[in-house]
Design a protein around this ligand. Structure first.
Ligand SMILES: [Zn+2]
Length: 335
């Protein structure tokens, strides 16, 4: 069995694969066996999965199949990329307003409308603004079902998302939705501030909109295993994990938190790679500058992702590390 990996650029809504495709053998061998320039043209929509990096910890994951309806799953979709927090991260060319923690954030609805055509499920990993801020608007516009912990769901209620669109989880659930199944995995937040970060607050039911940035608290952290289009994709929203909760999972695609706070964790990359059985494809996530808009010269943290990529190559030489660009589709096809 072969997995084809094709990355490409979306032009005028059409998927245009790049010239280079990689074929990764599934026969128990984890090394990249060959490169194949014909793979791009042969990659079909059937049993393939398309990923698109939205920045921060945000992803669009979609699949269509000859035997099942297409499905679109968003993970922590945060496209607004507002200027708040560390001024050092702001682009001097960015003329948008900046915010303090006492302010309310508003979604960039024009940008979201231009990028998000549809969503069936929105998975929220925790409720900090760079994860949850755009979820109420996207849920309201698309009718997507939002899955998250109690704090996430109470924030959705505050913004008027109907109960039928809300699924509250605590971690441990494994829910079958027909064309996709989703396992909810208890996790931990990044060890920010030299491991001094800790937040026990929750958002209670009955809170009123709009919420200030300071009111968007973590509320606990989750990861997800998304089974879709013949693939299993592990998502992460932070630079931490609970080893016993991921041990034995076998995702073929792992979206791994890669910002520098992961260096606070003992053996983060080798321990995670081994627990997951050395995934075929590893993609760094939550390692960009999400306070700079798409297209800004400082929108990426190239040095962070390159350092992480070399950790993966050392810990899991058979994994293919893919460094994503904002909004560019990546197609993975299982053959
Ligand atoms: Zn956070």
């Amino acid at each position: 069995m072969t997995m084809r990996l094709v990355s490409g650029r979306r032009l005028s809504g059409a998927f245009v694969p790049m010239a280079v495709a990689l074929a990764v053998l599934y026969s128990g061998c984890t090394s990249v066996e060959s490169s194949d320039t014909d793979g791009a043209s042969r990659a079909s929509e059937a049993d393939s999965v398309d990923l698109r990096y939205l920045g921060a910890a945000g992803w669009e994951i979609s699949a269509s199949s000859e035997v099942a309806d297409s499905v679109v799953v968003l993970v922590d979709p945060y496209l607004t990329r507002a200027k708040y927090g560390a001024e050092a991260s702001w682009d001097p060319m960015d003329t948008r307003p900046n915010y303090t923690r006492a302010d309310t954030l508003f979604s960039d609805t024009d940008l979201i409308d231009a990028q998000i055509a549809r969503a069936d499920y929105i998975l929220v990993q925790h409720a900090h603004p760079d994860h949850i801020m755009d979820v109420p608007y996207i849920a309201q516009r698309t009718g997507a079902v939002v899955i998250g912990h109690e704090t996430t769901i109470n924030i959705m209620r505050a913004y008027g998302i109907p109960a039928g669109q809300l699924i509250t989880v605590r971690g441990g659930e494994d829910y079958d939705f027909g064309n996709v199944s989703i396992r909810v995995i208890p996790s931990l937040h990044s060890p920010l501030n030299d491991k001094r970060y800790y937040q026990s607050e929750v958002v209670e039911e009955g809170v009123q909109r709009p919420l200030r940035i300071s009111e968007l608290v973590e509320g606990g952290s989750l990861m997800y295993l998304v089974r879709i289009g013949g693939h299993e994709i592990l998502t992460m929203g932070s630079m931490n994990f609970i080893e016993r909760e991921v041990q034995g999972l076998r995702p073929d695609i792992a979206l791994v938190g890669a910002a520098p706070s992961h260096l606070e964790i003992t053996g983060y990359t080798p321990r995670l790679m081994e627990a997951l059985g050395f995934p075929r494809v590893v993609i760094p996530t939550h390692a960009d500058n999400f306070q700079a808009p798409y297209g800004s010269e400082i929108a990426y943290r190239t040095e962070w992702v390159e350092a992480f990529a070399s950790e993966v190559r050392n810990a899991s030489p058979g994994s293919h590390v893919l460094i994503p660009k904002h909004l560019e589709p990546i197609r993975l096809s299982l053959r």
